[in-house]
Design a protein around this ligand. Structure first.
Ligand code: ATP
Length: 439
């Protein structure tokens, strides 16, 4: 894990937030390669969940909402974790993370000190809207994006003239004042979520739930390329279900820290949220079902995931150290769709005859793919640098190029090489990199 975290920093994927001031727990910055990869993950999810379907639309709602939203949703009352403090070293823990010691007591895992009584700690970040900080101006940073979809149910239903079943999807930031953030970007206090609320007729919910569990697993394995043996589906036990849920299934990944842990939850939220908002707002959130000539409150199936955890999953899953001809190389075997750089353009050397045609090739490819031009150091070192950031293809310009107007394409995983005329290069790469073009 340490090697991997250092790779993320060294190669510009992830930095500590406000690092020059010593950082701040649970907050992270994405560097030049990290932001490319994160955007690719979002694009892939949006395409799969919204653009390739005719039953799902997208929205983008505000982070701060009317605070009554969070009363209705149950977050003000129940979005809390049990917490204890060590009376000696003052460290703070989630009570449910602690284990009894050999004497059957709960003690501080850091110094062995005595702990305070366990108390509930609400995870929502609170702020004030407007110039006066009083009870009437209290507001919250959203702890999930889902409520933005529920409160817009009527708006989307009528403006888009939708029939059940249909879904509303959103990508956006969420905030949770986690008691113990950690494991790099696994548990953050500021993170991004991708959630979709799929509204169905009551009675059609269980089948829709199974359909979404399968569809979501397919995205992780077939689209992102995460290895099946590292994923599992875990059914929530009855006593573990959230207050709104009839059934919840987690997709879990086998992380090097702590083993299988949640990367996505797929919940049957029943009609809990629409009913709750109807009660608190006084506005009916219903659907007119022509067939039965009745107004009904739909049930909801929700696939909910965090982008940061997905980022971590795909990085870890694709990370390989191997030996090639007696030399060690690190490769990120990332799915080309999410790799930050698609094509690297590498002249064999900085020879003055090679640089101009190499620059020309880079200029030609740049409008089509995310590219990187690199002419510093020996070609072998440059291949290794690209392998380490998961670039699927390198294009090499050598002295033969000056004669035959052709270049070599080198593939990341098998390291096979093919010679291609420059005139066909963009087209050949398009065939090799479906769904990876910028233009
Ligand atoms: P956990 O049990 O790990 O705290 P959760 O069950 O509270 O997670 P959900 O409320 O189901 O999480 O949120 C949906 C998804 O959002 C999770 O599967 C995860 O990918 C992501 N997520 C939730 N909390 C965090 C966090 N603090 N940091 C990063 N991602 C998060």
């Amino acid at each position: 894990m340490e090697t991997f975290v250092s790779l993320c920093k060294r190669r510009g994927f992830v930095f500590q937030s406000s690092e020059i001031y010593g950082g701040i727990g649970g907050f992270w910055d994405y560097g030049p390669l990290g932001v490319e990869m994160k955007n690719n993950i979002k694009r892939s999810w949006w395409r799969y969940m919204v653009q390739e379907r005719d039953d799902v639309v997208g929205i983008e709602t505000s982070i701060i909402m009317n605070p009554r939203v969070w009363e209705a949703s149950g977050h003000v009352g129940t979005f809390a974790d049990p917490m204890v403090d060590c009376k000696n070293c003052k460290h703070r823990f989630r009570t449910d993370d602690l284990r009894l010691n050999d004497n059957g007591e709960l003690r501080c895992p850091d110094c062995g000190g005595e702990l305070t009584e366990s108390r509930m700690f609400n995870l929502m970040f609170q702020t004030y809207v407007g110039p006066v900080a009083d009870d009437a101006s209290v507001a919250y940073l959203r702890p999930e994006t889902a409520q933005g979809m529920f409160v817009n149910f009527e708006n989307v239903l009528t403006t888009m003239r939708r029939k059940l079943p249909f879904g509303i999807a959103q990508i956006g930031r969420s905030f949770r004042n986690e008691i113990t953030p950690g494991n790099f970007i696994f548990r953050d206090r500021e993170f991004e979520q991708m959630e979709m609320e799929y509204f169905v007729l009551p009675g059609a919910d269980e089948e829709a739930h199974d359909m979404w569990i399968e569809a979501r697993m397919r995205w992780w394995t077939d689209v992102l390329g995460v290895r099946k043996e590292n994923l599992q589906i875990r059914e929530h036990a009855k006593d573990e279900l959230s207050h709104y849920s009839k059934r919840t299934v987690d997709i879990e990944y086998d992380f090097p820290f702590g083993g299988f842990s949640e990367i996505e939850g797929i919940a049957n939220r029943t009609d809990f949220d629409l009913q709750a908002h109807t009660k608190v707002s006084g506005k009916k959130l219903e659907y007119y079902d022509q067939e039965s000539d009745t107004h009904i409150v739909p049930y909801v199936i929700e696939p909910a995931m965090g982008i940061d955890r997905c980022f971590l999953t795909t990085m870890i899953d694709s990370y390989v150290e191997e030996e090639v001809r007696g030399e060690k190389r690190t490769v990120l075997r990332l799915s080309p769709q999410i790799a930050p750089v698609k094509v690297a353009i590498l002249p064999l050397s900085r020879n003055e005859q090679l640089v101009p045609p190499a620059r020309k090739v880079a200029d030609m490819l740049r409008p089509h793919f995310m590219t990187q031009y690199d002419d510093a150091q020996a070609i072998g070192r440059r291949y290794r640098r690209q392998d380490e950031i998961g670039t699927p293809y390198c294009v090499t310009i050598d002295f033969d190029t000056l004669e035959d107007e052709a270049v070599t394409i080198r593939e990341r995983d098998e390291m096979t090489q093919v010679r291609v005329p420059i005139a066909n290069l963009a087209e050949t790469l398009r065939e090799k990199l479906p769904g990876c073009y910028t233009g």
